[in-house]
Design a protein around this ligand. Structure first.
Ligand code: PMP
Length: 392
């Protein structure tokens, strides 16, 4: 057979991609089993009908041809204004490129930052696509663990141990842990990337899901502004995962490169989707708050249930996820999640699917209605207690 490129054959790094449990739960659902699906970060509420109507109106009005590759002026202006409102950092149209979801923003950022063979760091635990995205640009993906005992905040000394690197990818508010990086963590990171003249890639797709305290964007630190590439998305903020609208924010020079990359990859997003995004942002922060509100409530409710039932909850102030420490049962996250699915038809993600640092944990996505979620939480706690006794 004609040889496939090393780039594609080494993309996933080989072995299990950690999503076995997710696939197993989908198979069970397909077979008709009533599985409570708490694996993916997929909202239980669909895209707001008003946004879909805006999409439809735009398509009927003829915005179905090739659209502006950088993003329409209207959409770029709205994204810039939103960024400026949230961060206070002056941001204009030329600081914004519209991308096919945050995922294409992550790929563009690494394309901008790294040459083949460069080392690109990402923080473990991590969102599943990170290492593959880095390999997709030919860079060497190196994980640095943010340790559970340090509240999953990465440390400069651990970053320094990697040696020369070109870029650092961070994600705060964090998937899977729900942790928001402290000012101190960001200052350590700033010192590190400035001293080594590196790019900082900041994935902020969960910026509307902060339940307590504040989320700082690294662009707010003056010496980071021009070396930071911020990845954003409508997926979580507007329950638009399937619309694939995201963005990259950076210096005007970096954004020119991002646009050039779009020209040679996706050729931009459909105009009617961009118009729907423009409409969504015109609804202002009120709509974003409405979409995140159920997760805020569920986060508090489940934290209370698990804590009362004696399960270690990773202290978190953000996101549509909760992480539980199941190590006292003596089970791995993989085994815990697998048996929980078999015994109680509840599907959660094993911590091991996010790397090594979250081993012995499971991630619960808060993505079903309040009553079903609370009932599932109690069943999970019963299961935990049973295995705790077995371990004793
Ligand atoms: N980053 C993180 C941390 C995510 O969790 C996700 C999606 N779950 C993405 C990026 C990609 O989002 P999008 O749908 O915008 O591509």
């Amino acid at each position: 057979m004609t040889k496939f490129s090393n780039r594609v054959t080494t993309l996933t790094g080989g072995g299990s991609d950690g999503w076995d449990l997710y696939r197993k739960s989908c198979d069970m659902i397909e077979r008709g089993l009533p599985v409570v699906q708490l694996t993916l970060g997929e909202h239980d509420r669909k895209t707001d009908p008003a946004i879909l109507e805006a999409m439809y109106r735009a398509a009927l009005a003829g915005h179905t041809g090739y659209a502006a590759i950088a993003g329409t002026d209207a959409l770029r202006d709205r994204i810039a204004a939103r960024t400026e409102r949230i961060t206070g950092v002056t941001t204009g149209r030329n600081n914004v490129a519209v991308t096919s979801g945050g995922q294409a923003g992550l790929l563009a950022a690494h394309n901008i930052a790294c040459d083949p063979g460069d080392t690109a760091i990402y923080i473990d635990p991590y969102y599943a696509t990170y290492p593959g995205t880095i390999r997709a640009v030919g860079a060497r993906a190196v994980a640095v663990e943010a340790r559970a005992e340090l509240g999953f905040q990465p440390k400069r000394t651990d970053l320094e141990a990697v040696g020369p690197a070109r870029s650092l990818l961070i994600n705060s508010p964090n998937n899977p842990t729900g942790v928001v990086y402290s000012q101190k963590t960001l200052e350590e990171i700033a010192g590190y990337v400035v001293d080594h003249d590196m790019w900082l890639i900041s994935d902020e797709v969960y910026d509307t899901q902060v339940w307590d305290g504040v989320h700082l964007s690294p662009r707010q630190i003056p010496e980071l502004q021009d070396r930071t590439l911020v990845v954003g998305s409508f997926s979580k903020s507007h329950a638009m995962t399937g619309s694939r609208i995201g963005w990259l924010i950076g210096s005007a020079a970096a954004i020119e490169h991002a646009i050039n990359l779009s020209t040679h990859t996706t050729y931009g997003l459909p105009g009617f989707l961009q118009d729907a995004g423009t409409f969504a942002l015109d609804q202002g922060p009120g709509l974003e708050a409405k979409i995140s509100a159920p997760f805020r409530k569920r986060h508090a409710a489940l934290c209370a249930i698990f804590t009362t039932r004696g399960i270690g909850v990773v202290p978190s102030t953000a996101t549509m996820y909760l992480m539980l420490d199941v190590r006292p049962t003596g089970m791995s996250g993989d085994d815990f999640a697998d048996q929980l699915l078999d015994d109680h038809l509840i599907a959660v993600m094993p911590g091991e699917s996010f790397g090594r640092a979250a081993a012995g944990h499971v991630r619960v996505a808060l993505t079903t209605d309040d009553a079903a979620l609370e009932s599932a939480a109690h069943k999970l706690a019963d299961f935990y207690e049973t295995h705790l006794r077995d371990a004793a």
